[in-house]
Design a protein around this ligand. Structure first.
Ligand code: ATP
Ligand code: MG
Length: 588
């Protein structure tokens, strides 16, 4: 792990784990090497993992920056405490999951630098593999008087649930005997009833001030083909029932989730306690811990909105570099190290807050500044002619690959009579304080010569077509006496005969405002119209060889990456990852 990721700052989750370890809470746990109920684990070895956490995505979409926070947290804790973090696909809902998402999630977690292997274990699981146990546990709950089959209509159930200020009313079915419930539940499973005809409910307390404890539904009838279990089941567990059981079967010690599940914790604990009483699970049981989700300015993280952006083609697919998806980030050139630094820096807390996009961008800059070699690109080219330099001649100048890392060496960049410079680096009539090229002014062509501007050419419309200068032969960078020239401007340039034209995509933030769609506003109205600009730029010859996903800094412009999909051998296409400085700060 990179230096920047240390030292680990403590937080309330770490405090809980530290206290658990100090108290020896988990040392006696046993583990059979794979998920399973209590008796199976009891027959196993002492659990070699000091803690177990999990990242449990539902494979119904691409992961976004919010998931990255959860991944870094869960896998990071396991890494730091000598524990294991499981990657669990929460695929208990038969309708929505798709293989495409499973593959993308596996890739994204690996890309962020984490792994679910622990010693000999490969802790990648599918919650749907636990359906048999979930079903057995439900039968146990029925037999123990903790669950009943309710045959009220959905409307009746809703009406009898009560409100925040009014307690609920018991269902007439609540008095059914265990035998009757078991018979009905088995017939639900056998497919004797239509979808929605019955549900299985936990029998807790219809008067509880916490509505989640008012006999929550735990199984429903739903005829749907599941991507993993096919048509084996026509009843499916509800998420709130399935999730605690998944954690327990996997020996999870700390089940970390976002704050909106806080009100579910009493049910989580109730359910696992009942199953432990019945000998189906071992204590200590997993502990649910809630933290504040990531809210990030200038993006939307809601799955529904992301789908809309993709389906309505406001962006070019899930991996559009402007989307806050991890596939998009990767294509944009964001780095795993930058994400891990970001997760460390924002920390974890119990209080909801907004993080500014610039915090994430700064983390990317920090990492890229270290690792990205410097290269030269002219994005908005204007011809500069060195009138006193011989025609058909060229020579080499030497540019350092990294100003802070001389061990990375220099590379040759050819100099000749006709050069490309940025259009904005010349002004015929200089503005106040302008110290780049204008008639009569001298500047240094970075790593090359000092030149003095002597005029410019224009076309019929008055547009500047070329700038003229003269060079000082004894001013070449790195030669004796070069430092005698004192100039303020220091411009990048490319030899026109050697540079090559390439497609460069200038990406910027997708939304122009910090909180897209604030209030009742349609978030699509807040799209930044300038978020993608495709240009043909001139690049230094060495960039021909850049491989897909190779990163560099284009000096004075920003960090760029060779696109991983559209680059061809010898013809990389570059995406701007982030500018060198935050160009948004002053506009806020
Ligand atoms: P939905 O539930 O609407 O399908 P989701 O974003 O919650 O979407 P999940 O697949 O359930 O998707 O999320 C997997 C894990 O990622 C969960 O444990 C969740 O807590 C975590 N997570 C999701 N969004 C964020 C976020 N913005 N910040 C931190 N963690 C998040
Ligand atoms: Mg979710």
């Amino acid at each position: 792990m990179a230096e920047a990721e240390k030292p680990v700052v403590s937080n309330f989750v770490r405090n809980i784990i530290d206290a658990d370890i100090a108290a020896g809470k988990h040392v006696a746990r046993r583990w059979s090497g794979k998920p399973g109920p209590g008796p199976q684990q009891q027959a196993g070895q002492p659990d070699p993992a000091r803690i177990r956490t999990r990242f449990p995505p539902e494979p119904n979409g691409y992961l976004h920056f919010g998931h990255a926070k959860s991944i870094c947290l869960n896998f990071g804790l396991a890494r730091d405490y000598g524990g294991a973090c499981h990657l669990r696909f929460d695929d208990t809902n038969p309708e929505k999951e798709e293989r495409e998402y499973v593959d993308a999630i596996v890739d994204a977690v690996h890309w962020l630098g984490f792994d679910w292997r622990f010693g000999q274990e490969t802790n990648l699981y599918y919650a749907s593999a636990y359906f048999d146990w979930m079903y057995q546990f439900a039968e146990y709950l029925i037999q123990a008087g903790h669950a009943y089959v309710d045959s009220q209509s959905a409307e009746e159930m809703r009406a009898n649930r009560g409100t925040l200020t009014e307690s609920g009313r018991n269902s007439p079915c609540r008095k059914r005997s265990a035998d009757e419930n078991l018979d009905l539940f088995r017939r639900m499973k056998a497919g004797e009833f239509a979808d929605g005809a019955h549900v299985l409910r936990a029998k807790i307390d219809m008067a509880s001030p916490n509505i989640n404890l008012r006999d929550p539904a735990i199984y429903r009838i739903r005829r749907a083909t599941h991507h993993n279990t096919g048509d084996k089941w026509c009843i499916y567990p509800m998420y709130t029932y399935a999730h605690p059981i998944e954690d327990a079967l996997e020996n999870i010690t700390h089940s970390i989730c976002t704050l909106e599940f806080e009100d579910q914790r009493p049910f989580y604990d109730w359910l696992l306690a009942r199953l432990a009483e019945g000998g189906l699970l071992l204590r200590p049981l997993p502990q649910q811990i809630e933290f504040a989700r990531l809210n990030l300015s200038y993006v939307v993280l809601s799955k529904r909105k992301l789908i809309q952006l993709v389906e309505e083609r406001h962006v070019d697919g899930w991996d559009d570099p402007r989307l806050p998806t991890l596939v998009g980030a990767r294509r944009r050139g964001f780095t795993p190290e930058g994400f891990r630094l970001f997760a460390e820096r924002i920390g974890v807390s119990k209080a909801d807050s907004w993080i500014d996009m610039s915090v994430l961008e700064d983390c990317m800059r920090e990492h890229l500044n270290e690792v990205a070699p410097r290269r030269i690109a002219v994005l908005d080219p204007l011809k500069l002619i060195v009138d006193n330099y011989p025609e058909n001649h060229s020579e080499e100048c030497f540019a350092p690959n990294h100003p802070q890392h001389s061990e990375l060496g220099n590379r040759a960049v050819p100099f000749s009579r006709e050069l490309w410079i940025e259009r904005e680096d010349f002004m015929e009539v200089p503005a106040k304080g302008y110290f780049r090229l204008f008639p009569g002014n001298s500047v240094r062509l970075r790593y090359g010569f000092v030149v003095k501007c002597i005029g410019c050419d224009k076309d019929a419309e008055g547009r500047i077509t070329a700038v003229h200068c003269e060079y000082f032969p004894d001013s070449k960078s790195g030669t004796p006496g070069a430092n005698n020239y004192k100039v303020k401007g220091n411009l990048h340039w490319l030899s026109a005969a050697h540079a090559y034209a390439a497609e460069v995509r200038l990406y910027d933030r997708l939304f122009a405002v910090a909180n897209p769609g604030a209030g009742e506003r349609d978030f699509l109205l807040d799209i930044n119209p300038g978020s993608k600009r495709i240009i043909s730029a001139y690049l230094e010859p060495s960039l021909h060889q850049a491989l897909p996903e190779e990163r560099c800094q284009f000096e004075r412009h920003g960090y760029f990456v060779a696109d991983r999909h559209d680059s061809r051998p010898g013809a990389p296409v570059f995406n701007r990852t982030v500018t060198l400085r935050d160009s948004w700060a002053k506009e806020q």
